[in-house]
Design a protein around this ligand. Structure first.
Ligand code: SF4
Length: 215
């Protein structure tokens, strides 16, 4: 009797492992199709499985000699793709832009309050140009020293769409959380990581901010 239970248990575990590997393989294939063609098949389901099967997926990517970071980048791109139509339909004045404080110059004179850093427009960094441009369109702009302020400002001002600039992990985690709140979110990745004087592609960001639906 005990041996039968043990064998049944082992078979059950093996079936679970096989199902998990199959799901990871299918998810990896669908992500690869998205990377190669920019065509997203079942993006919500792929995002769901990619999140719960992250470890086997990373192993599969390693086996396929892919860059270790490609999974995070692809999931952010897939989420951007999924919410793009809703994002574009949201008027500028109901969107929010969150910039990371690491963009600022080492000698930045900005002060900090409960809504993030208050830029003094000294023009030593790109925040001045981006903030002026985005606010000109109608965006509410925040310079966030951390994710806590992002979530607090979203709860306070309730934008209907968000553009979040950050490093790879920041935008992946932030996008997941805001998307779980039902917000269309666009993650925009920095060109360099670090704590100060990081860089981004200003023209690309401006293009994204200015995009809107023509319907
Ligand atoms: S432009 Fe604004 S954020 Fe950039 S260094 Fe000057 S005060 Fe700081």
């Amino acid at each position: 009797m005990i041996i039968e239970i043990l064998i049944g248990g082992i078979i059950f575990i093996l079936i679970c492992i096989i199902l998990m590997l199959m799901a990871a393989l299918i998810t990896a294939i669908l992500l690869t199709i998205f990377i190669k063609t920019n065509h997203a098949i079942l993006p919500r389901i792929v995002l769901f499985f990619a999140n719960i099967l992250e470890t086997p997926l990373r192993y599969l990517m390693w086996l396929l000699h892919k860059e270790p970071d490609i999974l995070d980048d692809t999931l952010t791109e897939l989420r951007n793709h999924l919410y793009n139509a809703k994002f574009l339909k949201t008027p500028y004045d109901q969107r929010a832009l969150f910039l990371p404080q690491c963009l600022r110059h080492a000698d930045c004179p900005a002060t900090l309050n409960a809504e993030g850093l208050q830029c003094k427009h000294c023009k030593r960094c790109c925040i001045d140009e981006i903030k002026t441009y985005a606010e000109g369109l109608g965006y509410r702009v925040f310079i966030a020293p951390g994710s806590t302020i992002v979530y607090r400002m979203v709860k306070k001002y309730r934008p209907r769409a968000v553009v979040g600039v950050g490093c790879r992990m920041e935008i992946r985690e932030g996008s997941e959380k805001l998307a779980a709140w039902g917000l269309p979110v666009y993650g925009f990745k920095l060109l360099t990581d670090g704590c100060v004087e990081t860089k981004l592609n200003i023209d690309d960001l401006k293009k994204k901010l200015a995009q809107k639906s023509t319907d």
